[in-house]
Design a protein around this ligand. Sequence first.
Ligand code: ZN
Ligand code: ZN
Length: 285
Amino acid sequence: MYWSNYHSHCTFCDGRSSMETFIQFAIAKNVRNYGFSSHAPLPFLTKWTMLESDLPDYQTEFKRYKEKYKDKINIFQGLEIDYMEEFPTFINNVLKDKKFDYLISSIHYLDKIADRKYLAIDGPFDEFDNGLMTLFHCDIKAAVYRYYEAINQMIDKGGFDIVGHVDKIALHGQYYRDFDFKALWYTNLFGDVLEKIKKKGLILEINTKSLLDKGVTYPNQYYYSLINELKIPIMVNSDCHYPDLITNGFKETYTELKRVGFKTLQQLVDGKWQGVEFDENGLFD
Ligand SMILES: [Zn+2]
Ligand SMILES: [Zn+2]
């Protein structure tokens, strides 16, 4: 039995330890397949994305450790790319001649509040609340509709393998009275997103980053049955920024997924994504 994690950050972006420390912790935690997915560059500076000029080092360092630890762990190199409507082709140009094992696509910045200032869906709550006032007149429902419109555009655009923390708008959204992930308007909206993921043949990650402190995964556990009914291929990722959190929430999540009826989780084997069986203790050998 073993674990896998394809969504992780290190000091190349906003992760708190070096690539090598993450690898050593992953080995100690019985993670057999481990992927780095640093935040890809954006067309402007942020505190959490890589610089475009760091990409060559990111790839060289990775190769060095892949070789060094090849007998102990399979490591993969990915990126977490952002979809921003304002810069539709930026990332394609940046990655044009570069090869990665996989790409995760997520939305962190929604719309522009002011020059170089965007509504961050997973930044500090106060900033989100201020941005919601400016852009959506405090109407959380309008913001949720806009968020899923952007997610739909991201999926339509394609060019990646995995949809990252698909309903993360719930992180701050849950604190507003009009937000209800079980309401009909929301289930319709989110159900359409899931249908689209299915149709495009993408992998949906079950992101456990907030499980132990907030009790939820992204997507929310409430939607596991629907995802299973739709037969969307899934994987479980911790989105860790700290090495001690690499397998954070895995046992609980694997247990719940198994209970709901999922049979396999996607793994990168010989360069191809395939389903591997699992139970509450991990993936099968
Ligand atoms: Zn993310
Ligand atoms: Zn991430």
